[in-house]
Write a protein that binds this ligand. Structure first.
Ligand SMILES: [Zn+2]
Ligand SMILES: [Zn+2]
Ligand SMILES: [Zn+2]
Length: 445
């Protein structure tokens, strides 16, 4: 199955031509122009006929003359440009075409249709045979009274390759998830509008949706997961690409061709998910939130809390509670100081938060805040060895304490020195090292 992406953007496009926000300016500078989301599958089936799709098809050298079926998800104007059907009527030799869409789509185009067009209502749960594809209709979590219900499409070609077209939608309903369960798609294209609207996905809900699709066997290790319907509420292109890479996903560009079911070598192809990622940052830099975001697309994560329990400390308890409520429900929490053991035996991805508190525990246990180091060095060696040997995706958070003033106490200076040396050893053995400054991740490796 060959999917030619005619557009990958929101209704206004990205950059929005009227906008001078940082995201639009960065996209313009990088030459990444996205028009309304639409795709041409095997040059035979068109997904969405918005205002930009016909021109994009011509520019791509494909045109629309081979199209036998048009599938429209809903009647918002970036997905359905009704006059395009009138213009089709001016063409000579247009072949018969099947138009599939919810009632509002069929009603909007009715005045423009001629007898070469057969219309089919898209009813969630239905299964249709169109243009050689097996098409299943899923309900979208999108659109209100003004355009009626919206749908998503699940396509399988004659060679058995499958694709989920999931734009536009917010968090999928139980009904949609039930239809997607076990489908092990070859490709999933999922809305990432980021406008913080309940009927679209944003950077918080998107990876959690991918995690849910993984838990349900809709997304498997061989599934290519892509973000589409991208707009300027997303961070600049390079930053968004990096985020998606960490989730094993990508944001293909307008005009890109996806060979569904075959590994892709393009620059925006999804990368492998996290290996050993060391996240550094100062206090309140956003390092913990970033670390959580890195693993948000994993179906299950063990959160390893290294902090010793602080009985009777209400402020601390509040901070811990804030962290817990930010994490997805499928995450479990393990409070332990034996991080090496966890790294050696884990079967699910890990988030270890954090290295500084782990070190405090180790030095406490060794009674080594002054005098000989005792067991501290052996514990550090064991941790580094376990880090090197860890085989599951793991993100380790480490505080940066060496940049401020020299600590006024001997124990403070010891902590700083031990932590600095240990962080450097772990960094050397990491697949990725990221520094978070002012909430922005900066890759160091
Ligand atoms: Zn903008
Ligand atoms: Zn819409
Ligand atoms: Zn839209």
């Amino acid at each position: 199955m060959r999917v030619r992406l005619l557009g990958t953007g929101t209704a206004d496009g990205w950059p929005n031509p009227w906008c001078s926000c940082a995201s639009c300016r960065a996209a313009a500078a990088a030459g990444v122009v996205r028009t309304s989301t639409s795709a041409l599958v095997d040059d035979r089936l068109l997904l969405e006929l918005g205002p930009d799709a016909p021109r994009a098809a011509v520019r791509a050298g494909a045109g629309l003359t081979g199209v036998e079926a048009v599938l429209v998800t809903h009647a918002h104007p970036d997905h359905l440009h009704a006059p395009a059907w009138m213009w089709r009527g001016w063409a000579s030799g247009a072949r018969p075409v099947t138009l599939v869409g919810p009632p509002a789509v069929l009603a909007a185009v009715a005045p423009h249709l001629d007898d070469t067009v057969t219309t089919v209502e898209a009813v969630p749960g239905a299964r249709l045979a169109v243009a050689g594809f097996d098409v299943r209709v899923l309900p979208a979590s999108h659109a209100g009274a003004e355009v009626g219900p919206a749908v998503l499409y699940d396509l399988t070609c004659a060679q058995g390759r499958s694709l989920l077209w999931a734009t536009d939608t917010g968090v999928l309903s139980h009904a949609a998830l039930a239809l997607a369960s076990g489908r092990a798609y070859d490709a999933v294209l999922l809305d990432l509008t980021s406008a913080h609207l309940p009927d679209h996905h944003d950077l918080r809900t998107w990876p959690e949706q991918v995690a849910e699709l993984r838990r349900r066997g809709a997304v498997v290790d061989t599934t290519a997961v892509h973000a589409v319907h991208l707009g300027h509420d997303n961070p600049p292109p390079a930053e968004l690409d990096a985020l998606l890479r960490g989730w094993g996903a990508s944001a293909p560009r307008d005009g890109e061709v996806l060979e569904v079911g075959r590994p892709s070598a393009t620059a925006t192809a999804p990368g492998p998910r996290a290996g050993r990622v060391l996240v550094l940052g100062g206090a309140r830099s956003g390092k913990s939130a970033y670390a959580e975001q890195r693993l948000a697309a994993e179906p299950a994560v063990t959160y390893v809390a290294t902090a010793p329990a602080r009985q009777g400390d209400a402020e601390w308890a509040q901070r811990v509670q804030a962290h817990v409520s930010r994490r997805p429900r499928a995450w479990s929490t393990l409070e332990t100081g034996d991080v090496a053991q966890v790294l050696r035996t884990a079967a699910t991805p890990l988030l270890v938060d954090d290295l500084g508190l782990w070190l405090v525990r180790v030095v406490d246990a060794a009674g080594a805040w002054e005098g000989p180091l005792g067991d501290v060095e052996a514990a550090c060696d064991e941790l580094v060895a376990a880090w090197q040997a860890c085989r599951v995706p793991v993100v380790l958070v480490a505080p940066e304490v060496g940049s401020g003033v020299v600590p006024g106490t001997a124990s403070g200076r010891r902590f700083r020195d031990l932590l600095g040396a240990l962080t450097a050893r772990l960094a050397a053995a990491s697949d990725e090292v990221v520094q978070v400054v002012a909430g922005l991740p900066r890759p160091l490796r």
